[in-house]
Design a protein around this ligand. Structure first.
Ligand code: SF4
Ligand code: SF4
Length: 383
């Protein structure tokens, strides 16, 4: 995740960040966690595959029914205890739709009582006034509303109409004192609507949105051209609207591109950004994040389901994540040394580290070049 707005405003300096480096998660202010290199990884937890939507573009392996062997309440509670014992810095809970689990608030409350920070990703359909209150009472401070479900209208994707439908849920959350933002998917089907989408987000009173790009089975060349267009729009928007927090997902080269655009006019700001991006360290897969699915399988990141490094029903999370015998995990912790191809010769690889999931999918090698990188040869080799 690259937070354009915090980087542009220099909300935190490299010096602030350095003070918290290598500390325990509970000793680091939450906005600095991504830079702090805390020992335990953040956990992205798909607690169910059940969802009340069946979106064409779903990237989460969701279904209308839960799988028969999903973690039971008892197993999930024990897993939370494991996460607490290694002090994971954050649990990002998603599904499917997490609120379809009957025991959701038992689990969220337990995590909160154990001192864990939980954020929820939801499609918002089940967020009523009462649910919003329960969310607040269970200690969840932030809900990211994924707009894909509400935006699927008659076989097309209409984010503006989806945002209108999500307004009541956003109001309930705000009234209950829970922060919220939206996550929108942009693709060829709605690229031209980005200005009206961000206007609708502003009108909804939101202060934060995250943008995800729909890759599907499209040619990488098309994906890259589209990405550049999306990111140019978002950089211009973030520069003109400093009160809004603009975040991108999927590609850490967004940070390099942002830095290069800023360097054209403000080299000092770009230099500070470079230090922060270096502290953040690019792709966190297997190193600063792991994904645990509804059956307890542990993956290197939420988008990297092709590799399973263990299962929490059989082993403790700490034994899986800190396994010194796992060659891929060891190499991922020092990934820049092992990168190949254009990622290997990129002078910004320490800020980005490419995407292991995409490289693995394309070439069967997590350290091969990221096929989605949209930076030109000149941009990755000239300072
Ligand atoms: S070449 Fe690889 S490491 Fe460099 S910016 Fe692109 S994806 Fe990142
Ligand atoms: S492997 Fe790719 S999808 Fe996973 S965290 Fe890294 S950049 Fe993101």
């Amino acid at each position: 995740m690259i937070n354009f707005s915090r980087l542009l405003k220099v909300r935190e300096t490299a010096l602030d960040v350095k003070k918290h480096h290598n500390k325990r998660a509970d000793e680091v202010p939450k906005h600095l966690i991504r830079y702090a290199n805390v020992k335990a990884p953040m956990v992205a937890w798909n607690i169910t595959r059940k969802c009340n939507f069946s979106c064409d573009i779903c990237h989460l392996d969701s279904a209308l029914e839960a799988e028969s062997d999903e973690l039971t309440t008892q197993e999930a509670l024990e897993f939370i205890d494991q996460m607490a014992s290694i002090k994971v810095p954050m649990i990002s809970v998603y599904g499917g739709e997490p609120l379809t689990r009957d025991d959701f608030f038992i689990l969220a409350g337990h995590a909160h009582n154990k001192g864990l920070r939980v954020i929820l990703s939801s499609n918002a359909v089940l967020i009523t006034e009462d649910t919003a209150r329960e969310i607040a009472e269970s200690g969840i401070s932030y809900v990211g509303i994924d707009m894909d479900g509400f935006s699927q209208i008659g076989g097309v994707m209409d984010v503006v109409a989806g945002l209108e439908k999500a307004l009541p849920a956003m109001k309930y959350l705000r009234d209950a004192g829970v922060g919220c933002g939206v996550r929108i998917t942009i693709g060829d089907f709605n690229l031209s609507e980005m200005p009206s989408i961000v206007k609708t987000i502003e009108k909804a009173g939101l202060k934060r949105f995250a943008v995800c790009q729909h890759f599907g089975d499209r040619a990488w060349k098309t994906v890259k051209e589209e990405r550049r267009e999306i990111i140019d729009f978002l950089i211009d928007y973030a520069m003109k609207n400093p009160e809004m927090e603009v975040v991108t997902e999927q590609l850490y080269d967004d940070g390099v591109y942002l830095m290069q655009r800023v360097a054209e006019r403000e080299p000092e700001l770009a230099a500070e950004m470079e230090k922060l991006l270096a502290r953040q360290g690019g792709c966190p897969a297997g190193d600063r994040i792991v994904n645990v699915d509804y059956r307890g399988n542990v993956h290197l990141c939420p988008y990297w389901k092709s590799r399973t490094i263990g299962n929490i029903r059989e082993q403790k999370l700490s034994d899986i994540c800190f396994d010194k015998g796992n060659e891929v995990l060891i190499k991922l912790s020092d990934k820049t040394q092992y990168l190949k191809g254009r990622c290997g010769r990129c002078m910004y690889k320490h800020l980005c580290r490419g995407c292991g999931a995409r490289a693995d999918e394309m070439c069967g090698d997590p350290f091969a070049a990221d096929p989605a990188c949209y930076l030109t040869e000149e941009e990755i080799t000239v300072a």
